[in-house]
Ligand binder design. Structure first.
Ligand code: NG1
Ligand code: ZN
Length: 544
């Protein structure tokens, strides 16, 4: 490594003295103006990771659903997955090294990982629509170039699109072409095929309409590009397309989920099917309002359930012993878990928050459906399942079985198996609703969500909260779990847990109960317990 050149270039991307950041569940995320040095150094890390794995690595510049002023960066591993945990640690060390320590930290990483510095390195870069993203992605390029790595800048892409092209590239095109064009073609072909198999596109109406809140983000641009690939029976209407308002401001999947209300900028008529993407288009939630003007949220849990119902029917038809399971986090609504386990008889597994945990667990099954309640999720098919399904779709003599296998094959091609993808998930959902002839209300009525409330509390050090059992119980500070247990006892069908956020400097509180006022009261009481027992700062939390 040419440390003189590195030093010179690094001086142009100085680290604010004393600033420390951590590579969390969503990479680095903070105010954009603090991130220039991080981007530059993540360029280094991507080159080293590319050399260590002899593969192409992705770098995505985005802060997802965070405010427009924020930004962030995450690395994408060879199979389109989140960065390996051991390298998350290196990312943190590199980002926090003072200028004079940079050489030492980089040398250590190279030694530990036996990085061959003479190997080629290739990095794919993508960015969201934030005003700061272009300059920050240039800093990533600067970092890559100083280390002699090659790069391909995809420019404005959704996060899942970058995951997709990285995986395509590293599997020599087996998963698809490593271009946006390739992505649009693969998904739309599978979607068109699926829709063709639907008898009645929608009751009485030959066109299917969907209103989409694009969070004023990248999803709008990419849906516009993709729109002309869609069959004419499917009419999408884009709102919050970024031409007027600020990214994620009073809109987007996170806003809708957290506030359990419709986004600004989208006028909703009764029973119209609507959905919201988040700022980098890797999350999606659906919703509608009924004739009494009540808002109904259809979150990630209900999306997972719909997909499960559909896949299970097909798996029964093809009569293959393929094991399907659902992976959720503690935030999954209790009603969804119950419905999946008791009514559908599908095994459900609970893992820690963070996509990488869900993805990892889902890989254990032939068909692994994973979704976070906030709308991030996908379906993974094992290699063995894929081979069986593709074979049956081609060779099976029995018409019904072959048709079912074909649908499964198209589902496999339509879902982005690298990561949760709002556009791909949306097409999966639209296809299933069309194929099953379901309205949004019928989908919503599969089960009734338990009323719930998500709150946050500021504490001096959120790491004083220790958790166990997939974050459903706390082991520290002393007395907190006992207090939560006692509070939960007070309400019917209730459950509550707390955990330190991986993306914000806060502790999250989740509660659900038989009635909204009980869920609100329980969440508030638990937040007071956290405030008192875990070193709350500022004024005590107020009732909801
Ligand atoms: P944290 O801040 O660790 O709760 C949030 C979401 C996660 C995940 C990450 C990454 C909730 C309660 N938490 O994590 O599910 O999506 O952001 O974006 O929604
Ligand atoms: Zn996102």
């Amino acid at each position: 490594m040419d440390f003189e050149a590195i030093k010179k270039s690094s001086a142009l991307h100085p680290k604010p003295a004393g600033l420390t950041l951590q590579y969390g569940t969503a990479g680095f995320r903070t105010k954009a103006e603090r991130l220039d040095h991080v981007m530059f150094r993540m360029g280094f890390l991507a080159v080293l990771r590319s050399r260590a794995t002899a593969s192409t690595i992705g770098v995505m510049v985005t802060a997802s659903h965070n405010p427009e002023e924020d930004n962030g960066v995450k690395l994408i591993d060879p199979h389109g997955e989140m960065l390996h945990p051991s390298w998350e640690e290196y990312a943190t060390q590199l980002a926090n090294a003072e200028e004079q320590e940079l050489q030492k930290v980089m040398t250590e990483i190279c030694q530990k990982e036996e990085v061959n510095l003479h190997k080629d390195a290739l990095v794919f870069i993508g960015r969201d629509t934030r005003p700061s993203s272009k300059k920050l992605s240039q800093s990533v390029i600067d970092g890559i170039s100083v280390l002699g790595g090659q790069y391909h800048d995809y420019g404005l892409v959704t996060t899942p699109q970058l995951h997709y092209v990285v995986f395509c590239q590293n599997t020599q095109g087996q998963y698809g072409k490593a271009t946006l064009e390739g992505y649009y073609q693969k998904l739309s072909k599978a979607f068109v095929e699926l829709i063709k198999q639907a008898n009645s596109p929608s009751s009485g109406d030959s066109q299917r309409h969907l209103k989409i809140d694009c969070a004023n983000g990248i999803g709008a641009l990419k849906l516009m590009e993709m729109q002309h690939y869609f069959p004419k029976e499917v009419q999408i209407h884009l709102y919050n397309d970024g031409t007027k308002e600020k990214l994620n401001h009073l809109c987007g999947a996170d806003y809708v989920k957290v506030h359990q209300t419709s986004p600004g900028g989208l006028d909703m008529k009764p029973n119209e099917r609507c959905c919201s993407l988040d700022g980098d288009a890797d999350r999606i939630v659906y919703y509608y309002k009924d004739t009494a003007d009540h808002f109904h949220l259809i979150d990630g849990d209900k999306i997972a359930t719909l997909i499960c119902i559909f896949l299970k029917e097909l798996l029964v038809k093809v009569e293959q012993a393929l094991k399907m399971a659902v992976v959720q986090t503690a935030y999954a609504n209790g009603s969804s878990t119950r419905y999946l386990e008791e009514t559908m008889k599908v095994p459900v597994h609970c893992v820690k928050t963070g996509v990488k945990h869900l993805h990892h667990k889902a890989q254990e099954f032939d068909v692994g459906v994973y979704f976070e309640a906030n709308g991030h999720g996908t379906v993974l098919f094992s290699k063995a399942a894929e081979i069986k399904i593709r074979h049956l779709a081609k060779e099976e003599k029995d018409d019904e079985r072959r048709e079912a296998a074909k649908m499964l094959e198209n589902m496999m091609d339509l879902i982005n198996q690298t990561v949760g993808d709002a556009i791909s998930d949306m097409l999966v959902i639209e296809a299933i609703l069309a194929l099953k002839g379901l309205t949004v209300q019928q989908w919503d009525a599969i089960y009734t969500d338990l009323p719930n409330r998500l709150l946050k509390v500021q504490v001096a050090d959120r790491q004083v909260i220790g958790t166990t059992d997939a974050e459903r119980r706390v082991v520290a500070p002393p007395g907190l779990q006992e207090k939560i247990d006692a509070l939960v006892q007070k309400y019917k069908s209730s459950r509550a847990f707390v955990r330190p956020s991986g993306t914000e400097d806060i502790v999250r509180i989740y509660a659900e109960a038989d009635k909204q006022e009980n869920a609100d009261a329980l969440a508030h009481e638990v937040s007071l317990a956290v405030y008192h027992l875990a070193g709350g700062v500022g004024a005590p939390p107020q009732p909801v």
